[in-house]
Design a binder for this molecule. Sequence first.
Ligand SMILES: N[C@@H](CCC(=O)N[C@@H](CS)C(=O)NCC(=O)O)C(=O)O
Length: 260
Amino acid sequence: MARTAEKQKKRRRKVRSAPKSVKTAPPAGSKKSIDLYYWPTPNGWKITIMLEECPLPYRMIPVDISKGDQFKPHFLAISPNNRMPAIVDYDGPNGKPISIFESGAILQYLGRKTGKFYPQDERSRVEVDQWLFWQMANLGPKAGEANHFRNYAPEQLPYAIKRFSNEMNRIYGVMNRRLEDREFLAGKYSIADIACIGWASRAERHGHDLSAFADVRRWLETVLARPAVKRGLSVKVEAAFRVDLKDPKVRAVLFNQRAR
Ligand SMILES: N[C@@H](CCC(=O)N[C@@H](CS)C(=O)NCC(=O)O)C(=O)O
């Protein structure tokens, strides 16, 4: 018990010292550029797309989540939830470095920083926020679970597969209705759309049938035609092609996480 408390104390000390670790991070390409901690997944693409759209100079630092890079102290100091994406902006508020984790918070920050894809007018901003949070709480996590139970679970659990497939169907139904009378989720193209692209672009591959959702498909065609979206989706990491999710070592890293 005492040892666990001591361990937790140590961990809290480490997290509090985050700004120091950020400053001692590997030297950035340019003092004014952004370091993006990244792995090529739908959550990572949100940020490559946004950085390409703005555009902002950035250096991509791979976080090999199949090998446990997300648990390295240097990364945890930036992203305490051991998830990528995360960024360090060396030209943050008052010209000082700032680190940010959680893709939604990163998108909002970059939107405020550049004044792009995130309107300042309160009504329009609320529209964007609602659909951004909708993505963060619905489309992303449910697609992740649907994909997990369908493709990665060691046993086929019909209840879990059906539960998350139904959720995905419900979610794309909500998105379709929203897009019936507007081009983009919040009217104009925004960070809310950017948050959804990676997941929606993989929907069919993940086994979700979009044939009943004509407006989602029309929206998807429109966003995928944007040059910055194409560039964002094609930021590759060579090692990611070699990850085998059947490898017990990889599965132990990704699918057996408990409090550390
Ligand atoms: N809510 C987080 C989710 C990020 C997330 O789940 N990232 C995954 C890859 S898509 C990850 O880093 N996984 C590492 C792990 O499971 O340890 C965000 O939007 O930033």
